[in-house]
Write a protein that binds this ligand. Structure first.
Ligand code: KG4
Ligand code: ZN
Length: 338
């Protein structure tokens, strides 16, 4: 029987404060505190985000430990999001994790947020099946859009990424144009369900496996402005069809590139991650490809696709059991007194 390790994981890369406790690859607790305040501003305000992390981090960690029924003395290591993310937000989680690791004299494990979105698939209850190496990962979030070739837990190659806006930004900025609050992605998804993709937006021409979404945003803006001049109620009367059209073009852009990546690599396993992978249209499009093209598609539970600390914990666990990683040992007591 394999040895049991307990890891505390902390995520604070953007506007969600998360803490999770894992026992090996099993999640004992996964707590997240969102920040409503940003919806007033139509996007994440970095200064407000770091202040809210400061307020939330202690209670969130406390609840995670209580829910896992674990006391601090049982924690074997602490994993935290090192980046990428908002500097002020990362600093709060990082400083907290470092101080706690030092106080408990346990290893501190820095984790890459994008690697965590990918390895979330390996959390014990993430999905009914786990991808096998090598596989392709489509990581789509508010900050990133990437196609990654995953050869092993610690061997990943970015094959393509956005050259400007992330796909989540395309959703959120379109929603803002339509007068919807932040984050608008889930609302576009909701309105699109009762609409038809009747407005023909065009795909940008981007080389290789890279993406671009800023041109699409401008295209949508000009379209909405033009139509609203003719009919001031255009948005109100047509919001479902606009949302469906925007969602369709975004799905087409993503599917084209995934198809290209599959052709180029010969790898037919595709695993999605990141907040945007909650989108029902994207999930449906992938499941259609699974039927039509025999792709193997991996869609984890939504709790593990949006930002969460359990995904940081699973990377921490792999790094902990494979000591070849860059785990920082805590400072020794003698050094602390220097
Ligand atoms: O991964 P995530 O939680 O945070 C970042 O690292 O960015 O992703 C947040 C993004 C936001 O842009 C949000 O609008 C988008 O994910 N999102 C969606 C949906 N749910 C969340 N976009 C489209 N459809 C959804 N259902
Ligand atoms: Zn993320």
């Amino acid at each position: 029987m394999s040895k049991k390790y307990h890891l505390l994981a902390i995520e604070s890369s953007c506007d969600d404060t998360g803490a999770a406790v894992l026992c090996n690859d099993k999640v004992l607790s996964n707590i997240i505190a969102g920040q409503e305040i940003h919806s007033l501003y139509g996007g994440v305000v970095p200064e407000l985000a770091s202040r809210a992390h400061q307020q939330n981090i202690v209670p969130v960690v406390d609840i995670a430990l209580q829910k896992a029924n674990i006391s601090l003395k049982d924690i074997d290591a602490i994993a935290y999001t090192q980046g990428p993310g908002l500097m002020g937000s990362l600093l709060v989680g990082g400083a907290f994790a470092k101080s706690m690791a030092m106080a408990l004299q346990v290893p501190l494990i820095p984790v890459n947020h994008m690697q965590a979105h990918i390895l979330a698939h390996f959390i014990d209850d993430a999905g009914s099946e786990k991808p096998e190496f090598p596989f392709l990962a489509l990581t789509i979030s508010g900050g990133h859009t990437q196609i990654v070739r995953v050869d092993n837990y610690d061997n990943m190659t970015v094959l393509g990424e956005t050259t400007d806006d992330a796909v989540g930004e395309a959703f959120d900025k379109t929603a803002k144009l339509l007068g919807l609050p932040y984050p608008g992605g889930p609302l576009i998804d909701k309105y699109a369900r009762d609409g038809e993709a009747i407005y023909p937006f065009t795909k940008p021409k981007v080389d290789g496996l890279n993406f671009s979404f800023s041109g699409l945003k401008t295209q949508i803006m000009y379209f909405v402005q033009k139509e609203s001049k003719k009919n001031p109620d255009f948005i109100k009367e047509n919001i479902h069809n606009i949302a469906a059209s925007v969602q369709k073009i975004i799905i087409d852009i993503l599917m084209d590139k995934v198809e290209k990546a599959i052709k180029e690599t010969g790898i037919i396993q595709i695993a999605i991650g990141g907040g945007v992978s909650a989108n029902s249209g994207i999930r449906q499009a992938l499941l259609q490809k699974k039927e039509q093209k025999k792709w193997k598609v991996f869609i984890p539970k939504t709790t593990y696709t949006t930002d969460n600390a359990a995904m940081i914990g699973i990377v921490g666990y792999f790094k902990y059991i494979n000591q070849s990683f860059d785990i920082h040992q805590p400072l020794s007591k003698s050094r602390l007194t220097v």
